[in-house]
Write a protein that binds this ligand. Structure first.
Ligand code: HPA
Length: 254
């Protein structure tokens, strides 16, 4: 028995390549004081567990990373009663082992984003919080995802530092060299402020990063969106297998 046993409602934020979970579902239209969320929350009962799915970029994949209303998305999931959130993020690979199609469960991040509404405490009359964030993915859910890897037969890499850039453009080769020097293994656009807002909301948050491409300047060819789409299409099959194993593991934990 442990704290993980209490997890009964799992939030799932799907990113590029995972805009829906598929199948029959209940849909919840939950309003937020922080504006419009990316979409309705779709509910999928899976074993003893309920998955509440939020498409980060909207149902038609039309919302750019800098334009996502991260506050509303986290607020809506919090209101829907999630115990923890697993986020799926498409990323570029910087370190050698971060090859297209590989799956990583990062333990660190560096935030390079700017101009996003990055906190629930933006105004003078908001409840002010200075969250502890030394381990941005430091909760129990991350460990459960790592355990689900061998159970699912899906290979994943534990740990790594994710650089979160502003987008929507991809980086320059010089920017990637700088991120390399900063110690980043992976580069994405959507984990911040999502991870920090989840911490402010008191919800355990972990990320499954799927490498869509070698980061700018590191591959043999320029990054191509067609190649990214093809890689993600194949890799998301593994992500779904991994998530099913995670859900099975979480539902049998009591
Ligand atoms: N950079 C930033 N975000 C990304 C990339 C990338 O190369 N690929 C997929 N998301």
């Amino acid at each position: 028995m442990g704290e993980e046993c209490q997890l009964r409602v799992l939030g799932l934020i799907g990113g590029t390549g995972l805009d829906d979970w598929g199948g029959e579902t209940l849909v919840h239209d939950i309003s937020s004081d922080y504006g419009q969320a990316s979409g309705d929350v779709a509910e999928y009962p899976l074993g003893d567990l309920k998955i509440l799915f939020m498409p980060r970029h909207g149902p038609a994949h039309s919302i750019a990373p800098h334009a996502v209303n991260y506050r509303a998305n986290i607020d809506v999931l919090r209101k829907a009663g999630v115990d923890a959130i697993v986020a799926v993020n498409a990323v570029g690979g910087i370190s050698e082992h971060c090859r297209p199609g590989t799956i990583h469960v990062p333990d660190q991040l560096i935030d390079y984003t700017w101009g996003r509404k990055h906190s629930f405490s933006l105004n003078a009359d908001d409840h002010l919080q200075h969250i502890e964030f030394a381990e941005p993915f430091g909760g129990n859910l991350r460990k459960r995802i790592i355990n689900a890897g061998p159970q699912s037969g899906v290979r994943l890499t534990e740990g790594g530092c994710l650089a979160v850039c502003q987008g929507p453009r991809l980086e320059t080769a010089a920017e990637i060299r700088r991120l390399q020097k900063d110690g980043a293994d992976l580069v994405g656009m959507t984990s911040m402020p999502e991870a920090a807002l989840a911490r402010e909301a008191g919800v355990d948050y972990a990320s499954i990063c799927v490498v869509a491409n070698r980061a700018a300047g590191l591959g043999d060819e320029p990054v191509s969106m067609d190649a990214i789409d093809t890689t993600l299409k194949h890799a998301m099959v593994n992500v779904r297998t991994l998530l099913h194993a995670l859900v099975k593991d979480l539902s049998s934990a009591d």
